[in-house]
Design a protein around this ligand. Structure first.
Ligand code: ANZ
Ligand code: ZN
Length: 875
């Protein structure tokens, strides 16, 4: 038979699907709905292997659900705003919009070649005014609903490029382009008040039973709920600058209060500023640490620095005990109160600080059973549970009890009109700063008027479109120095006013696109209430698939948006937008290092020398070092281009390999050998079908229950059951293994059929099995499935077939596999009836080829059978 030619077959079937509008989804279709979504791509210009893996998985789910009779929504779009378009504009003089749409076109063509069952009629690009118009409307609605706030916040300012930098653009405290020392500047900016929903966003994590635990934990940690005390420390009046009475701190460990040895406040704490007046050394110190980057990760590792302010506070339980107040770089202004009491024995940062500045270290908690007289803390703080020591009336208590004791004793005392201790819940979550001083983003629909303040743009004036004629030849925000764009009349009083020249964080764009897909045609509103959620709507997304890098911000922002949209009437009832979440592993590849640096896989041939793999340059044969297996990246040059693979092997091979090699949550190692193996299987399936097809043309499919033919039917029905179950739990590699097993089981019977040696029962059973096989492979290798379906005389399209039903009686597993050991080492497997008795197992084991070889005709010394578990033959 002829080889299967994907280059001819794949485009043919893609056209057939298009012509039949097979994947265009109708909202009013009465079948039960199923919404499967992969995280939409940034249009960088080309798809990479990570996309191929992600979209293949989503496509398998979508096609399988279709086959189960669902009305499936499987859309695709473009996360199209963002900095790379501006960089391209700046570096190469191209227009950001033109650059973006070119990339979209190129990537769309690539996705089409993959044969994905996507509804392209619903395609959206977030940079299109028809999309961001609605985003601007929602911004205004959120504002009205009290979910938006304008306040001052620090930004990274590059003084040379005169521009604001994202945290990722600050490298070792310097601007990524200019290399200039980055400053912290205060800017008035827009925030979404996500903190107002902190508790709700935390509690609701418990309802997400189809999310990975890992992601739920990351969400919870990001929200970061802490139960503690607001504790007031009286300031020694003799040392108080400007008559301050008390210093408030937030602590989760009031139990350690007798281990306190200093106070520390943030550089921008009001008390620090007061203390710096008339203290130039302190002022200089504050200035210096104020300039450092604000990333929390830096603070953990950065060297602890501080300076004594001269201020003293009085210990709440001992009026004769005073503690120094330091300004310290490890205290953040925007957490708690921006001030702490330091207990070096109970906190590593406090301990590092105390050791550096010679402050006392008093252990106050020790492990249960330790000796209080000798227990010391030197370099490592003790942060675990234990028993209180050196703490007067708290001694002997557990820290938890001591916490309550301190809270109770101090809550009755008042300092400056406020209780000395108040219970407080503190969240780590900050409000979402959405202002970006950038061009290529969604304009913030606000006009600033000297008379009226910040005025919303009237709805009728939306969208506020980005100007097209922008220049990137000078630093800063092009919207800001555009000659006319920002100059408008105030919508309220008509006087000269200015547009907000900031654009929205691109995370805003991706926080509701999944809702827009449910009716992207609605020009009047972001969503259509009958389509978006509720009894006739699509949300929540049943299965969302994407990278773990979005486990925190994107998912949290989307969860916030769902709630905010509900509050403003853009959603009916859904709080949690993603019912099922799956995060796939990465695609990794070997690296190759030549004399002149990294070399691409395409330039290398790898050969096997007695089990040792060696690599050579294809051109010239220079030996190359095989480096570690790493995530595909440009810097290591270990990138395989999907186009090359699909061009030489076809999309089905690429898809099959992506699914087959490792569990989907783990990394998959891309290897040439693996791809070739996948391709061989494509050809093998084709041979199987095309060999059998002529003889099976007039044969009606029929399951067999007895005899030789029943083996075929059992293999087929078991595969139907198992493949369906595995796809449902996203166990794609296991589904693949079941398909391999079915193909193996059909090999012999098909050869007999082709040779005209098979019985009518065998032919009928094989016919049914092959028909089933075609539908089973269709979600994974959709083009091959069509070709096979046609070869078997099917009418219509395989992609339109329903998932076969299996007969449970044929799937009952009456056989078990027992490992067979020889002298305690596993040498083989024995497949035998589950209820076989000891004698039968022993006899069958001794008949195994491996065992016979090992015995060399002699009698075994001993045969041990553990029923249904294992056989050990001692020779
Ligand atoms: C005294 C103490 C003793 C603390 C001890 C810890 C251990 P989480 O769990 O993250 O809420 N803290 C409070 N505000 C801070 C700020 N603005 N910048 C830096 N650190 C701050 O942590 C709460 C603890 O972090 C608080 O409890 C406080 O130190 C510190 F053995 O108070 B603790
Ligand atoms: Zn006005």
């Amino acid at each position: 038979t002829e080889r299967y030619n994907p280059r001819a077959a794949e485009p043919k079937w893609q056209k057939a699907w298009d012509a039949a509008k097979l994947f265009e989804t109708k909202n009013e279709d009465p079948r039960p709905k199923y919404y499967v979504l992969e995280m939409f791509p940034y249009p960088s210009g080309r798809i990479h292997m990570g996309h191929v893996r992600n979209y293949t998985m989503g496509d398998v789910v979508a096609r399988h659900r279709r086959a189960l009779g669902y009305n499936v929504l499987h859309p695709m779009g473009w996360d199209a705003f963002g900095l790379p378009a501006e960089n391209a504009a700046r570096d190469r003089g191209v227009n950001p919009r033109a650059w973006t749409y070119q990339n979209i076109e190129a990537m769309k063509a690539q996705l089409k070649v993959m044969g994905l069952s996507l509804d392209w009629a619903r395609e959206i690009a977030t940079c299109d005014p028809s999309y961001y118009k609605h985003q601007q409307k929602m911004f205004l609605d959120f504002w009205k609903a009290g979910l938006v706030e304008r306040k001052s916040a620090k930004v990274n300012w590059d003084p040379e490029d005169m521009t604001v930098l994202a945290n990722e653009q600050v490298i070792d405290g310097r601007g990524w382009r200019s290399g200039a020392l980055v400053e912290q500047r205060d800017l008035t900016q827009w925030f979404f008040k996500i903190t107002a929903m902190a508790q709700e966003l935390l509690d609701s994590i418990d309802t997400l039973d189809q999310w990975p635990d890992k992601v739920k934990l990351m969400q919870a940690n990001w929200i970061g709920r802490s139960e503690g005390l607001l504790l007031r420390w009286q300031i020694d009046p003799a040392t108080a600058p400007g008559g301050e009475v008390a210093l408030d701190v937030f602590t989760t460990r009031p139990d350690t209060i007798f281990g306190a040895s200093f106070m520390a406040i943030a550089a921008d704490h009001p008390l620090a500023r007061k203390a710096a007046e008339g203290n130039p050394k302190l002022a200089a110190f504050i200035e210096e640490i104020g300039h450092r980057g604000t990333a929390a990760a830096d603070l953990e590792t950065a060297e602890k620095n501080g300076m004594d302010t001269g201020i003293r506070v009085v210990h709440p339980f001992d009026p004769s005990w005073t503690l120094p107040v330091y300004v310290a770089n490890f205290v953040l202004m925007d957490y708690g109160t921006g001030a702490i009491f330091g207990c070096p024995s109970g906190d590593q940062r406090d301990l590092d600080f105390a050791n550096k500045y010679g402050l006392p270290v008093v252990p106050v908690v020790m492990p249960e059973g330790a000796d209080a007289a000798t227990f010391r803390i030197l370099e490592e703080a003790f942060v675990d549970d234990g028993v209180m020591i050196n703490s007067r009336f708290l001694d002997g208590m557990k820290p938890k009890q001591a916490f309550d004791e301190v809270a109770n004793r101090l809550s009755g005392i008042s300092i400056g009109g406020r209780p000395q201790a108040e219970r407080k819940v503190q969240f780590r979550l900050r409000d979402w700063l959405i202002s970006r001083q950038r061009y290529w983003g969604c304009p913030i629909p606000v006009v600033h008027c000297d008379a009226c303040g910040s005025v919303p743009v009237p709805e009728a004036a939306l969208p506020i479109e980005l100007p097209v004629d922008v220049s990137f030849d000078r630093p800063g925000n092009p919207l800001d120095h555009h000659p006319t764009w920002k100059h408008v009349a105030c919508p309220q009083c008509g006087k000269d006013a200015r547009r907000d020249t900031d654009t929205m964080d691109t995370f805003v764009d991706s926080s509701w696109y999944f809702a827009r897909f449910t009716d992207p045609w609605n020009e009047q509103a972001p969503t259509t209430l009958s389509a978006v959620d509720g009894p006739s709507g699509w949300l929540p997304v049943n299965q969302y698939i994407g990278g773990i890098e979005h486990a925190i911000l994107h998912l949290l922002y989307s969860r916030f948006f769902a709630r905010a949209m509900k509050a403003t009437g853009h959603l009916n009832s859904v709080d949690e937008p993603f019912q099922g979440l799956f995060t796939q592993g990465m695609v990794v590849h070997e690296t190759y290092k030549g004399p002149d640096g990294w070399v691409t896989p395409a330039e290398v041939k790898v050969e096997d020398f007695d089990g040792t793999r060696k690599a050579f340059l294809l051109d010239g044969g220079t030996p190359i070092e095989i480096g570690p297996i790493e995530k595909m990246s440009k810097s290591k040059k270990n990138v395989v281009d999907p186009d090359d693979i699909i061009g030489s092997y076809g999309a089905d091979t690429a898809r099959w390999f992506m699914l087959s090699d490792s569990p989907p949550e783990r990394d998959v190692i891309w290897t040439e050998a693996g791809v070739e193996g996948a391709h061989r299987f494509v050809q093998r399936l084709w041979r199987l079908v095309s060999e059998a097809a002529p003889s099976l043309a007039g044969v009606a499919p029929k399951a067999a229950r007895e005899g030789e033919a029943a083996e075929i039917s059992r293999a087929a029905h078991r595969a139907v059951k198992a493949v369906g179950e595995e796809i449902e739990r996203l166990g794609f590699n296991k589904a693949v293994a079941r398909i391999y097993a079915l193909a193996n089981a059909l090999q012999g019977p098909v050869a007999d059929i082709a040779a005209g040696k098979a019985s009518a029962e065998v032919a009928a059973a094989a016919r049914e099995a092959l028909d089933m096989l075609v539908v089973l492979i269709a979600p994974m290798m959709p083009h091959l499935a069509e070709e096979c379906f046609a070869a078997l005389g099917g009418s219509g399209l395989a992609a339109d077939r329903l998932w076969p039903a299996f007969d449970p009686a044929l799937t009952v597993d009456n056989e078990i596999v027992m490992p067979v050991q020889i002298n305690g080492k596993k040498r083989g497997d024995l497949t035998i009836a589950r209820d076989a008795d000891q004698g039968a197992v022993e006899k069958a084991a001794l008949e195994l080829e491996v065992v016979r070889k090992a015995l060399e005709g002699k009698k075994p010394r001993k045969v041990i059978v553990v029923p249904q578990r294992i056989v050990n033959v001692v020779v």
